[in-house]
Design a protein around this ligand. Structure first.
Ligand code: DQQ
Length: 564
């Protein structure tokens, strides 16, 4: 490299660059703007009034109130100046913003307060462990505790004078730029707390394990809880028990032969959240994946979704999952609208009865926003038929549809396994075959110049049927500057004995779809230019050559939640 190209490269890294999963636009981090024309702001998904948000942090329920902290840039619509913003809620749907809870104030976090989690210590005392960026730009772990435990809003947090409590040193050989995002801690029968910190050693992703008796003095365990070769860094790890049978959630410290454990990681290399189901070997303090799995395959969400975190809701005895959905628009567009990033509707999460995967469903409280129900009678949806769903606000809706598929002989043969996302891209909603595509067209403009399609296709492979769920954004907008990736996954549904269901939450620029009663989830961001406000329409469609039956179809307009 010549001197001038080194200089140009350095300049490029100063202006742009990349930190964790985030692009760094240093010159834009404190630029505030925001136009008044806002067709893409969501009405019932969580987002602050303006600026950038990313990961949900430290969710918990305290004295009957839900607390959500999140990574936030108070000064602009791109990642930077990161603090822990804070909102509270009685129902996980309506939120009241409070002042930021944690912001740079001591050497151990002076360059940023990154992601982390909350643990409830004995006596119902919340404690936050979070990643701070120190003056040497090293990633270290810090503790903060509420100033006043009698304040249900937990407005003020006091940082430990002993921070940082966990730090890279020459002795422990921890990679100082890959050491972040502590989990909720769990308490072992030996009275010691355990916590995980995401990291990597070369390309091996790992969850470094620490133990502590007092939550202040932490000792690194000899071995990580788990690691996988080639995955790259594990961001935002999450580790929690699930009942082997049943939908109730469990406190993070529960162990026993009636539970399995879930290890979830956010893979920066792939930009997706993956999980494994397995068991927690208490004697070895190790996670043992079921069936000897060596790598992460399952995902929470097969669309745009990252840096998720769960918490145990001790009120309703359920485990709740929160996740960040980035924009699919250009940075220039984000700055123009003055904001970037939303969170998904909180989802209840449990182990499917097969034990092979998790199931997710929007928290029941979101149904309080449903208005003007529209119920269509069961009917046959003929090959090539488009059925408009009238009477709901098409940009702000909740639609549940269920199909019965009889002529399984008509299913297209799939000779060999193909990546479902590639299959969805190749066989978009316009490609007709035997069984499918059938599903929903949302954000559809008159004349279908714009639409987003969420649909199923049924294949035959050997003696089995394969159900594909796709979310196709390729025609979602006339503005082609957006990320228009088509998403897809297979759904484990037994079509001989089960109906095929799809629920889609539609909210101005987000399409959150749950297939097979929550066994497959895909979230997409879309920015129609024609199908906005009252110009948008919703349809059920069948573009296959074979008829399918709609066994039920209910749709609701969704009221606006009180969020900002
Ligand atoms: N976001 C945080 C990091 C985390 C990343 C920084 C994941 O702590 O690893 O904003 O999106």
């Amino acid at each position: 490299m010549s001197i001038s190209s080194i200089w140009l490269f350095t300049l490029f890294c100063v202006i742009y660059g990349s930190v964790a999963e985030h692009h760094v636009y240093r010159n834009l981090q404190s630029v505030s703007s925001g136009s008044t024309n806002q067709p893409y702001r969501t009405a019932y998904h969580f987002q602050p009034p303006k600026n950038w948000i990313n990961d949900p942090n430290g969710p918990l329920r305290y004295r009957g109130l839900y607390h959500l902290f999140y990574q936030y840039n108070p000064k602009g619509a791109v990642w930077g100046n990161i603090v822990w913003a804070h909102s509270v809620s009685k129902d996980l749907v309506n939120w009241t913003p409070l002042d930021p809870a944690i912001f740079p104030s001591q050497p151990s976090d002076i360059n940023g307060c990154w992601s982390g989690s909350t643990t409830l210590l004995p006596g119902n005392k919340p404690a936050i462990l979070y990643t701070g960026i120190d003056p040497q730009n090293q990633q270290v772990q810090n503790l903060a505790q509420p100033k006043n435990l009698s304040d249900p809003f937990l407005r003020e947090w006091v940082k430990s004078p002993k921070n940082p409590l966990m730090a890279p040193t020459s002795a422990n050989k921890i990679n100082s730029s890959s050491f972040r995002d502590p989990t909720t801690a769990w308490l072992g029968k030996d009275g010691h707390w355990r916590v995980l910190v995401g990291s990597k050693r070369r390309t091996r992703g790992l969850a470094i394990l620490y133990r502590s008796k007092d939550f202040v003095n932490w000792v690194q365990a000899k071995h990580p809880l788990h690691s996988t070769l080639g995955s790259g860094i594990w961001e935002c790890p999450d580790f929690f028990p699930v009942l082997n049978k049943g939908t109730l959630g469990l406190d993070t410290s529960v162990i026993g032969n009636y539970v399995s454990h879930v290890l979830k990681v956010s893979l920066d290399d792939k930009k997706h959240d993956y999980y494994m189901i397995g068991s927690y070997n208490v004697a070895k303090d190790a996670f043992i994946p079921d069936n000897g799995a060596k790598e992460f395959v399952l995902r929470y969400d097969y669309g745009k979704y990252y840096a998720s975190k769960t918490f145990f809701d001790d009120g309703k005895k359920r485990r709740i999952l929160l996740g960040w959905v980035n924009e699919s628009s250009s940075v220039a567009d984000d700055i123009k609208k003055g904001w970037s990033g939303i969170h998904t509707i909180p989802r209840t999460i449990w182990l499917h009865e097969s034990g092979k995967q998790l199931v997710q469903w929007p928290v029941v409280e979101v149904e309080k926003l449903r208005a003007n129900p529209v119920n269509l009678p069961p009917q046959v949806l003929k090959g090539g038929q488009l059925l408009q769903i009238n009477g709901v606000t098409a940009t702000q809706a909740d639609v549940e549809i269920s199909f019965q598929v009889n002529n399984l002989r008509e299913a297209e043969v799939l000779d060999y396994w193909t990546d479902p996302q590639i299959l969805c891209s190749k066989k978009g909603s316009a490609v007709k075959v035997g069984l499918g595509p059938f599903g929903l067209l949302v954000f559809a403009s008159k004349g279908l110049h714009e639409y987003t399609s969420v649909f199923f296709r049924i294949f035959k492979q050997q003696n089995k049927n394969l159900v594909l769920l796709c979310s196709d954004q390729s025609s979602s907008s006339l503005n082609k500057d957006n990320d228009l990736t088509t998403y897809g996954t297979f759904v484990d549904v037994d079509l001989l004995h089960e109906k095929l269901s799809l629920r889609t939450l539609i909210d101005h620029s987000v399409v959150e779809s749950f297939g097979g009663e929550g066994r497959a989830v895909i979230t997409a961001r879309v920015y129609p230019t024609l199908a906005i406000n009252d110009k948008a329409q919703i349809y059920a469609f069948n573009n296959g050559t074979t008829d399918v039956k709609i066994t039920s179809l209910s749709a609701w307009s969704m009221k606006k939640a009180q969020i900002s």
